[in-house]
Design a binder for this molecule. Structure first.
Ligand SMILES: C[S@@+](CC[C@H](N)C(=O)[O-])C[C@H]1O[C@@H](n2cnc3c(N)ncnc32)[C@H](O)[C@@H]1O
Ligand code: SF4
Length: 332
């Protein structure tokens, strides 16, 4: 009788103990996985500088021709798919000059792959504009959401003095042509400007309003060790550098331009996920660009641990914006 009673009490207590342990296990385990999820960086928006070669010579350039390396197209596609699987929604192709390789065919095939095969919501390009032709828009325009063309002045001599030009060709004529093709081929048009010692007092309002880009990104000239500053650098951008107060003044005097999006050094430095020509993330947190291992060798998540990406700053500078043509149909 006593044995049966003991058995019943034991079983009841065991059940309580098991329930207690299970609850704690659930709590601890689910919290732990939540912490892991919160800590992991999701590479929603990636800037792929697939070439460092360029036909321009902007004196302040912070992504210089330190190598002439180019990944095979098929390898680049493998990497792009890995990024998509890790959560990428927006890819921005940059350089060097992205239209330089194989007359824009390499870039064209990548944008087509990202839109058609990967179905990315947003595919964009940043270019100096000089090598873009209408033929390219006809063939690949439908795979591109946003095309940004960089322009640092509306005076041809200033662009030339900066190095934003090639020979006698007019940078500004090409800017207008590309803008019109964007309208014609349904690509959102954007302008990037770097504020520096050569243009800090220029009033660009009228020209920008006439061109009417969806966004006008205005950067403070940034110095990066080993790129445009320091002994090993190919460029020395110190003569282009302006202090925060001069940058703020430029922004204030253009405040009425609705599409203006300012980006000071503080906002810019670590708020981009930058992938270089080997598909390595570049960490700018220590003033230079320190590469991770390639995502093709160690996978996206391992490479991301060395990216130096500041997600909070990405959100603060408005990194998530309406970034595809589909969104824009609703808002512009
Ligand atoms: C490195 S470029 C590559 C794409 C293309 N060649 C172009 O100039 O647009 C990408 C963007 O970075 C900007 N940029 C280059 N050097 C910079 C610097 N030192 N500080 C801030 N932005 C810079 C360029 O003006 C351009 O808008
Ligand atoms: S910023 Fe100027 S030099 Fe640098 S990649 Fe762009 S066009 Fe070339």
């Amino acid at each position: 009788m006593q044995l049966i009673y003991f058995n019943q009490v034991f079983q009841k207590n065991l059940k309580i103990l098991l329930t207690f342990l299970q609850t704690w296990y659930d709590l601890l385990f689910s919290n732990y996985s939540r912490v892991l999820e919160e800590d992991a960086i999701v590479p929603k928006s990636v800037n792929y500088h697939f070439t460092r070669k360029c036909n321009y010579e902007c004196g302040f350039c912070f992504h210089t021709a330190k190598t002439s390396y180019l990944l095979e197209l098929e390898d680049a596609k493998v990497g792009l798919r890995l990024l998509k699987d890790a959560g990428m929604e927006k890819i921005n192709f940059s350089g060097g000059e992205p239209f330089l390789i194989n007359r824009g065919e390499h870039l064209g095939k990548m944008v087509q792959f990202c839109k058609e095969d990967l179905g990315l919501p947003s595919v964009s390009i940043v270019s100096n504009g000089s090598l873009i032709h209408e033929k390219w828009f006809k063939k690949y325009g439908r795979f591109v959401d946003i095309l940004a063309v960089s322009c640092d002045s509306f005076h041809e001599e200033t662009n030339k003095a900066i190095g934003r030009g090639q020979g006698q060709k007019s940078h500004l004529d090409k800017l207008h042509k590309v803008r019109n093709w964007c309208l014609q081929y349904d690509v959102l048009f954007k302008i990037n400007t770097v504020v520096n010692t050569y243009n800090y007092d220029e009033d660009m309002s009228e020209e920008i309003e006439r061109l009417n880009p969806i966004r006008w990104k205005v950067f403070q000239c940034l110095l990066i060790d080993g790129e445009n500053a320091g002994e090993t650098a190919l460029r020395n951008a110190e003569q282009f550098y302006i202090e925060d107060n001069m940058f703020d003044k430029f922004i204030e005097s253009h405040q009425h331009v609705k599409c203006l999006v300012p980006e000071s050094n503080k906002h810019m430095q670590n708020s981009y996920l930058i992938l270089d020509e080997y598909m390595r993330f570049l960490d700018c947190t220590r003033g230079g660009k320190e590469p991770s291992k390639s995502i093709l060798d160690v996978g996206v998540n391992n490479a991301l641990k060395f990216s130096g990406f500041d997600e909070a700053m990405f959100k603060k500078r408005g990194g998530f914006y309406k970034w595809s043509k589909a969104d824009s149909a609703l808002s512009w």
